[in-house]
Design a protein around this ligand. Structure first.
Ligand SMILES: [Ca+2]
Ligand SMILES: [Ca+2]
Ligand SMILES: [Ca+2]
Length: 445
């Protein structure tokens, strides 16, 4: 499509009712459309006009009047004219890509788009006019669309019946000379529809990353010539039927599920009743469902120094009246917290009978020492480390190196006895105890 005319207008005269800054200007570029020889029955997106409006600041396209200088007629060969704003890729793609902003009314030889109200920034906006044809027209009737010379009969800067050309909200109008397609296109009938449907996937972008293993693909398909029979959604060239719907696939949804991670090529393929078939654009998408995980440390945190020898079975057990937390008071009246109930239970099970309630003042008088560790003989683990530890005396632990070692020392049901310790208390322990293999001798058993 080559550019044919560039017109810059300066407003010289003010018209009644207009609010225009003096010297406001706008330019319009008209592009010659590359026209085919024929338009076929029941087809859409037959492009006939292409132009761009470039205001100095902003403006709004209000009304547009076009004419057919050819012989094709409303109702007989022409079903409708559509005005589009350019969207998607620059240039005309039409159906489900560019943005339709109006359909023309036929009036007295003119095709009129009224109240379009399409806002235009200083970057300009490109517009297209396309023709939809009817089914049973007369062969050789022709299409040669033109934008007639701007004519605002009552000089009010607005479209009124009988006015012609392009009307902008600023009061500016175009063109000063008629813009015409360079050739006529003939209506050609045929016995059988030979045109494939058009399909667009409307919710994917090239390179899109999908972070779930399911995705509902939305699309639109429409047949040139007659009717869509099937739409398929193809992933890596394996095609699946899109569920039928009651709008002949004008919009559709395919629920893509159980998606494997990696890069996939996705496209739609529509086939009409005469087996004409065409694909949509192919999208390359990558699916990454594996969440970003923090790799747990493979070795436990740095060792604590070994606890001084404390007998956690001789002393007092105290709590406050309104608190659940139980403390162990050792022989030097140092207070030790049980970090979890499981630690308590490793010594005393569910027996809390030895616990006495003391006052807050008395509780505060006891210095806080290290936490009570699991009782010697306990098997414990922490969530992030795939190791089972045997608890020796005084918070020293050793790694149980194998299932066999565990079976030998703790019996077949050993796994059920392993207790969890929250990570944050692991530093209560020292991993300096001997690792446990099948041969080691264990005191506690
Ligand atoms: Ca476009
Ligand atoms: Ca007028
Ligand atoms: Ca077709």
């Amino acid at each position: 499509m080559k550019k044919i005319i560039i017109i810059a207008l300066m407003l010289i005269l003010g018209f009644p009712g207009m609010t225009l800054a003096a010297g406001e200007s706008v330019s319009i570029e008209y592009y010659q459309v590359t026209l085919p020889d024929y338009f076929y029955p029941s087809t859409f997106d037959n492009l006939v006009l292409d132009f761009m409006v470039l205001p100095e600041t902003t403006d709004t396209l209000k009304d547009l009047v076009v004419k057919n200088d050819g012989s094709a007629r409303y109702i007989y060969e022409i079903s409708k004219l559509v005005l589009w704003e350019d969207a998607g890729m620059p240039g005309f793609q039409g159906f489900a890509v560019d943005n339709p902003v109006g359909e023309a009314e036929y009036f007295n030889g003119n095709w009129v788009f009224t109240n379009v109200n399409s806002a235009i920034t200083s970057a300009g906006k490109r517009y297209f006019v396309s023709v939809e044809t009817r089914k049973n027209g007369t062969a050789a009737k022709s299409f040669q669309f033109a934008i007639p010379v701007y004519n605002d009969a009552n000089l009010n800067g607005r479209y009124d019946a009988g006015d012609e050309g392009i009307f902008l909200d600023s009061g500016l109008g175009f063109p000063m000379t008629k813009v015409t397609s360079e050739k006529g296109v003939a209506f050609k009938d045929y016995l059988m529809d030979i045109h494939a449907p058009v399909s667009v996937i409307t919710n994917l972008k090239q390179g899109q990353v999908i972070d779930k293993n399911y995705f509902s693909i939305l699309g639109a398909s429409k047949d040139q010539g007659y009717s869509v029979m099937t739409v398929e959604l193809c992933v890596d060239d394996v095609c699946h039927a899109v569920p039928e719907n009651n709008n002949n696939y004008l919009t559709w949804q395919y629920d893509w599920t159980a998606i494997s991670d990696g890069v996939h090529i996705v496209y739609a393929k529509a086939t009409d009743v005469n087996q004409n078939s065409a694909e949509s654009e192919r999208y390359t998408v990558s699916v990454e469902t594996t969440p970003v995980v923090v790799i747990p440390p493979v070795t436990p945190p740095t060792d604590n120094p070994p606890a001084t020898a404390i007998d956690y079975t001789v002393g007092r057990w105290v709590k406050l009246a309104d608190q659940k937390a139980v403390y162990f008071l050792d022989s030097s009246n140092t207070r030790h917290a049980y970090p979890t109930e499981k630690v308590w239970k490793s010594y005393w099970g569910n027996d809390f009978s030895k616990v006495t309630t003391i006052s807050a003042t008395e509780m505060a008088s006891f210095e806080l020492g290290r936490n009570v560790p699991f009782k010697e003989g306990t098997l414990m683990k922490i969530p992030s480390v795939p190791k089972v530890y045997y608890v020796y005396n005084n918070a020293v632990i050793g790694w149980v190196k194998s299932e066999n070692a565990a079976n030998v020392h703790f019996g077949a049901g050993w796994a059920k006895t392993v207790v969890d310790l929250p990570e944050s208390f692991f530093t209560d322990y020292s991993t300096t105890g001997p690792d446990i293999d099948a041969q080691i001798y264990l005191d506690a058993n």
